[in-house]
Design a protein around this ligand. Structure first.
Ligand SMILES: NC(=O)c1ccc[n+]([C@@H]2O[C@H](COP(=O)([O-])OP(=O)(O)OC[C@H]3O[C@@H](n4cnc5c(N)ncnc54)[C@H](O)[C@@H]3O)[C@@H](O)[C@H]2O)c1
Length: 450
């Protein structure tokens, strides 16, 4: 179930394939022991020995084996994107905590992936141990697409197991989780593993070109940014009598803070990430804001808010006014307005008005495919990419906004970085679920480091 509203998402199907070429095969030769060795070309210096050793399988067979954790709307979509990105990819293992979701995923993936679906019966796993089991298989890449509350533990385990990672956004729901993912991303870098983030706008040609223009001075100096993500409500799964409270929370994870981080983290992160990017990935120093739960007040909507309005301030005095709402039958708009000393820009509209007016007119392949093309290309070329820095900062920036609105206080970036807040267990028991309590500004306390 793909749930997000991406007004500027390109629709052109991409045809570029990173299928291995003859020259690449010449470049890499495989020894009898399966260890790839570089030819004498100058480019060989780009590939480190450890990287080659770890990727011997992928290079040796020209097949990149992919595993998926979380057979939901995005997970199944990501698997398809990965397969379309590289004709040499095969989906060889899948995992989902629920057996029936796994079975549905299997059926759907078999149908959409054709001969790139190569999951044997004993390579499909369910239950809380499914992650450990899938990591023991010989996959080269893992796609992490479960609710974000589980992501930090999954990232740690995936990197420890030596897998390249595609990591859906957000990467965590609390500061402790963000720090775990920061450490795992750093470990991935030192092991020569790729970490590619599901913050897909970073890969969109039009958005990228617009932000590059702004960075090169097309609207002068940035004075302020307005981020709007005003949208409708999302899905809600009707509970069945046999579901325990924990079943219900995990399946309706969007509405539980310990699983989704609230919608400012789960969805609005896309916009906050662009504000961060516009600031060259320098995070804001403080933020304050408001929010609440005005329409979605029924118990099935757990403990999350339905609107937030947060002001982020940077050390250089620039601000980002960030508003998000998930309510039906209201005005909808998703846009990033950037105001500069010499002009203005709309990032999602790919438009600049300033010294010279400009609009991106180029080809816009699907950004979802572009991120997987980048990942597979990096694996094949032995030039790891690591999106760990910005995916962690954007996640923390979104959590910071949530904590500001929940508490009604000013929240500092440095306090976020050191906060001991941890919202939920890595592997909960079925049965009882965490208490559901809506945050009341003025009463809710942000947890700082001890
Ligand atoms: N980049 C984007 O544009 C985009 C779009 C949609 C969703 N997402 C992100 O993708 C992730 C998944 O979203 P979705 O819409 O596919 O949700 P979903 O509910 O449709 O799918 C999640 C799946 O994960 C399974 N699951 C839950 N906990 C698990 C665990 N601990 N181990 C294994 N499996 C588990 C569930 O059973 C379910 O099948 C979220 O982080 C979401 O924010 C990103």
């Amino acid at each position: 179930m793909s749930t997000e509203n991406h007004p500027a998402c390109g629709t052109t199907e991409i045809t570029t394939s990173t299928q291995p070429t003859a020259s690449r095969r010449d470049f890499l030769k495989t020894t009898a022991s399966g260890t790839a060795i570089a030819s004498t070309t100058a480019a060989s210096t780009l590939i480190t020995n450890s990287f080659l050793a770890r990727n011997a399988h992928a290079f040796g067979s020209d097949i990149i084996k992919v595993g998926l954790v979380g057979c939901g709307g995005r997970g199944n979509g990501a698997a398809k994107d990965a397969m379309m990105a590289d004709a040499g990819c095969r989906l060889t293992s899948i995992a989902d905590v629920f057996y029936d979701r796994l079975a549905d995923g299997k059926k759907q993936l078999q149908k959409t992936l054709g001969n790139q679906y190569d999951v044997k019966e004993d390579q499909a796993f369910s239950g809380w141990e499914a992650l450990d089991q899938i990591l023991k298989t010989d996959i080269d890449v893992i796609l992490l697409a479960t609710p974000p509350g589980f992501r930090p533990a999954q990232m740690e385990a995936a990197v420890k197991a030596g897998k390249h990672v595609f990591c859906e956004k957000p990467v965590a729901v609390d500061p402790v989780g963000v720090r775990r993912v920061m450490a795992a991303s750093a470990a991935a870098e030192s092991k020569g593993l790729c970490v590619v983030s599901g913050l897909c706008w970073r890969y969109d040609y039009g958005v990228k070109a617009t932000i590059e223009k702004i960075h090169s001075g097309a609207i002068g100096e940035i004075v302020s940014i307005q981020e709007n993500y005003l949208t409708g409500t999302l899905w809600n799964r009707t509970p069945k009598p046999e579901w325990t409270p924990m079943h219900n929370q995990v399946l309706n994870w969007l509405y539980y803070r310990w699983l989704s981080g609230d919608h400012i983290v789960e969805q609005f992160i896309h916009s906050l990430d662009k504000a961060l990017w516009l600031h060259h990935d320098v995070p804001p120093t403080i933020c304050y804001g408001t929010g609440g739960r005005q329409v979605r007040t029924q118990p099935q909507f757990g403990d999350i808010y339905d609107h937030f309005s947060v002001v982020y301030e940077w050390a250089d005095g620039t601000r980002c006014h960030a508003s998000t709402r998930q309510m039906s039958d209201c005005y909808s708009e998703t846009e990033d307005y950037v105001y500069g000393t010499e002009g203005t820009a709309k990032v999602l509209a790919n438009e600049i008005k300033g010294k010279t007016n400009w609009k991106f007119e180029g080809n816009k392949p699907s950004m979802y495919q572009l991120e997987h093309i980048a990942l597979m290309k990096a694996i094949r070329e032995g030039k790891p990419i690591n999106n760990g820095d910005y995916m962690c900062k954007s996640t923390l920036m979104a959590i910071m906004g949530r904590e500001a609105a929940y508490s009604g206080q000013i929240i500092k970036w440095d306090d976020m970085l050191s906060s001991n807040q941890k919202l939920g267990p890595d592997r909960p028991d079925w049965g009882d679920a965490p208490a559901v309590e809506v945050a009341m500004p003025g009463q809710y306390k942000f947890i700082e480091a001890e």
